[in-house]
Design a protein around this ligand. Structure first.
Ligand code: JFZ
Length: 584
């Protein structure tokens, strides 16, 4: 165990104890399967003939179903097609390295053999089987880390668990009693009945106190010292950070993070949810996250018969086909060494090697600025026989390092082709914010210097958005290199917190200084950022104006908010400033 500080990005600056030894497999894995399976698979999003909005596993809460009525679902739970080997086979085929299955979700129903509480799949259903037992064995056989989801805070069945306010009075709840009577005995069962557990995926720490979060994390570690604790234990006490569901930050993160994500719009199976993301989108997200050093935990919601939806199977197979060829660019890699994401794709790295994962395959040649290491070989993973040639040189004026690769020829058979690049020495890149070969200059908010007073008021959310910017005295600056200059369209990228929130209706006045040029504008959100990344956390684009910029080795760009409209701080969620060169 070692003490380390999570950095400003996503962390709250508290000292966190990481289980570094146990994190080794988790960092290597990069890609896992989430399984949400429970009684909610039976109603599958419908109650008394009515479609219930929202995610499937929240049905009991959304429809305010009395607990006795919900519990009677168990009488009909008989998933005769359940086959642990088959489920794990799909995960394995997709290239997933860990599997997290719901042992007890917010509905309180244990999907395993719990001696301590009869509200469970063995005791209360005609099926009488323990799926976790088979899954644990199948995972072990397939070399997949077996992990368990457990809702430690919300429990809508237990009188003392959090968030059922239709059967129980919140004032009468005794959380301590719930922990002692249900949570700790069940954790003990989970950590002693199924062999080594990779991690416990706690969730929604809405009401739990810091003391109780700590007690549970310690309890897990006392039972299995190598079992990781997810970030959603609460109070920053997990071994790694959990980002929001389907949340993909705008840039690289430091520290250990995971994004849980859905293939459609629900976790628990819902007949009516046809919003399946395409295979391309899922691969895009996997690549985007890997480039940011973030694990991708992709969900499947099996049916009440015990089957994976065919749509999920198809996508898992497609991902597997891609991973068979390109997996080495994902497993055991770290984030992009550059401070900026590139529009053409993502970069991952290992000692002595980089991977370029292309969202847009180059037509005939490709250019990258800022890589200082000497390249010794370049290989196209899909077809190692393809001859690619390259040259590396320095630009005379700016001194920036330029890499030019040619010989791309036709498009890859698999979408998102990958190059493996062997380099000499430890990775060494130019960290300056440089205008890219396509002419664009991107200035992420989180890479800005913060000025003014009180400076620490401004923070960055885990997505990389500004937050706490309430004060006109605070301003941001970037020093950047614009080797080519040109006429640029100035765009500000802003965000709202989540798709479910109403549009922010913000009209903040902004002032931009680029060298000696001043531009003022109003946030209007006149365009939407079209990227798989922003599906659940939409970002908008405001065109502020156009401006000529002369080539400059060192250009200072400043951003101020001169008027807050409305004045709420959370409405100033800016993600990036983009200077897009017009024409050539
Ligand atoms: C939680 C659960 O409530 C949900 O049912 C599912 O299990 C999911 C994986 O996790 O939902 C959340 C929790 C946190 C956020 C969003 C949904 N968040 O931080 O944005």
């Amino acid at each position: 165990m070692s003490k380390a500080k999570r950095d400003k990005f996503g962390g709250r600056g508290q000292a966190v104890v990481y289980n570094d030894r146990a994190l080794v497999w988790w960092r290597d894995a990069r890609f896992g399967m989430f399984i949400h399976w429970g009684l909610y698979a039976l109603p599958a999003g419908e109650w008394k003939g009515q479609a219930v909005p929202g995610i499937g596993e929240w049905l009991m809460h959304t429809a305010r179903i009395p607990r006795a009525e919900y519990a009677s679902l168990a009488d009909n739970f008989k998933p005769e097609h359940f086959n642990a080997k088959e489920w794990v086979g799909y995960a394995s085929q997709a290239g997933m390295k860990y599997l997290v299955v719901t042992s007890k979700h917010h509905d309180g129903f244990a999907m395993y053999d719990s001696k301590n509480n009869p509200y469970n799949v063995v005791h209360a259903t005609p099926w009488k089987r323990d799926p976790l037992k088979d899954l644990a064995v199948a995972c072990r056989e397939a070399g997949i880390k077996f992990c368990i989801y457990y809702s430690q805070d919300q429990d809508w069945h237990d009188p003392d668990g959090a968030c059922n306010d239709w059967d129980f009075d919140a004032a009468g709840k005794d959380f301590r009693a719930y922990l002692d009577r249900k949570v700790k005995p069940q954790l003990k069962e989970l950590l002693t009945q199924y062999g080594p557990i990779g991690l416990i995926w706690f969730d929604t720490p809405y009401t739990i106190s810091e003391k109780h979060s700590r007690e549970l994390a310690d309890y897990v570690r006392s039972l299995q010292p190598d079992c990781l604790v997810s970030g959603r234990i609460g109070h920053d006490l997990g071994d790694y950070g959990s980002l929001g569901d389907n949340q993909i930050p705008s840039g690289r993160v430091s520290g250990d993070y995971e994004t849980p994500a859905t293939m459609n719009d629900t976790w628990g199976y819902k007949t009516g949810d046809r919003e399946w993301k395409s295979l391309s989108t899922l691969l895009h997200l996997l690549i985007d996250l890997a480039g940011k050093g973030i694990n991708y935990l992709l969900n499947v919601g099996p049916t009440a018969k015990g089957l994976f939806p065919q749509e999920s199977i198809d996508r898992l197979k497609g991902i597997g086909t891609w991973m068979n060829v390109n997996g080495e660019a994902i497993y055991g890699t770290q984030a992009n060494p550059f401070p900026l994401d590139h529009d053409w794709g993502r970069i991952t790295r290992k000692p002595g090697r980089l991977y370029f994962l292309f969202f847009h395959w180059p037509k005939d040649f490709f250019m990258l600025y800022g890589l200082r290491n000497k390249i010794t070989s370049i290989r196209f993973l899909e077809d190692p026989s393809r001859k690619l040639s390259w040259r590396q040189f320095k630009a005379t004026a700016s001194g920036r390092d330029i890499l030019e690769v040619s010989g791309f020829g036709g498009t890859p058979v698999l979408e998102y082709g990958v190059l493996g690049i062997d380099i000499e020495g430890d990775i060494d890149v130019d960290e300056r914010l440089i205008q890219q070969p396509d002419g664009t200059l991107r200035l992420p908010m989180q890479l800005a210097d913060i000025h003014g007073d009180p400076r620490d008021q401004l923070r960055f959310t885990s997505s990389g958005f500004t937050s706490g910017w309430t004060n006109k005295k605070i301003w941001l600056s970037w020093s950047c290199c614009i080797p080519e200059g040109g006429t640029f369209s100035i765009e500000v990228i802003s965000a709202c917190k989540h798709i479910e929130l109403p549009p922010s209706g913000l009209h903040h006045r902004l002032r931009l200084e680029i060298g000696a040029t001043r531009i003022v504008g109003t946030l209007k959100e006149d365009g939407i950022v079209d990227d798989p990344r922003t599906q659940y956390f939409p970002e908008h684009c405001t065109h502020i104006g156009s401006v000529n910029i002369n080539p400059a080795e060192n250009c200072m760009i400043k951003l101020r908010i001169t008027e807050f409209t409305p004045a709420e701080e959370h409405s100033v969620l800016l993600s990036e400033l983009r200077l897009i060169r017009l024409g050539k």
